[in-house]
Write a new protein. Structure first.
Length: 157
C-alpha cells in the first residue's frame, strides 16, 4: 500500500521491502523492476544503492532486536527517515501481542481461516530512539510519527 501511494508522487520510485523470509518468499510473486522484497537490510540497501528514504510503519518493535535494527537503519545514511506507529516508552519493555490474522493483512477473502496470532514486541526508549539519529535533524513529528533528515552536506552517495 505504501509503495502504491509513493508511486503517485514519484512514478519512477524504487522500493525495497524488508520482511521475514517467509513473507519474502510469498511476496516475491509481486516483485517488479521497481519493487523488491528482501529478508535483510543489507541486501535491500545493496539493491537500492543510494537511499533517499527509510519508511517504517509499526515494524521496528517486532524485529528480534529493535535497538540493533534501529542502529543499522540509521547507519545506511538515507536522506530521510520516516517512522510511524512506534512503541516508544520510558523504560524498555517486552510483551506478547495477540490479534486476529485478518487484522495484519491477510484477508478472509483469500480463503485463510480466521485465527489468533501472537507476536513478540519490544519497546525502545524515546531517549535511545532520538540518540540513534545523532547525525540527523528532527524535521517534524506528530503524536505517533517522526521525520528526520540528514543535513545536505552529510548525504553520502
Amino acid at each position: 500500500m505504501h509503495y502504491k501511494l509513493a508511486r503517485r508522487q514519484s512514478p519512477g520510485i524504487r522500493w525495497a521491502v524488508v520482511e521475514t523470509p517467509g513473507m519474502v518468499a510469498r511476496a516475491d510473486e509481486l516483485a517488479t523492476e521497481r519493487l523488491r522484497f528482501f529478508p535483510d537490510i543489507d541486501s535491500a540497501a545493496a539493491w537500492l544503492g543510494k537511499i533517499d528514504l527509510v519508511h517504517s510503519n509499526s515494524a521496528l518493535q517486532y524485529t528480534p532486536d529493535p535497538p540493533a535494527t534501529l542502529k543499522r537503519l540509521c547507519g545506511i545514511n538515507a536522506q530521510t527517515m520516516y517512522w510511524a506507529r512506534l512503541w516508544l516508552t520510558d523504560k524498555s519493555q517486552r510483551e506478547s501481542q495477540t490479534s486476529y490474522l485478518s487484522d495484519n493483512g491477510p484477508s478472509l477473502s483469500l480463503g485463510l481461516p480466521e485465527k489468533l496470532v501472537r507476536y513478540e514486541r519490544t519497546s525502545i526508549t524515546l531517549a535511545d530512539f532520538l540518540a540513534a539519529h545523532c547525525n540527523y535533524t528532527l524535521r517534524d513529528r506528530g503524536p505517533d510519527w517522526f521525520c528526520f533528515s540528514l543535513p545536505n552536506d552529510q548525504v553520502f552517495s
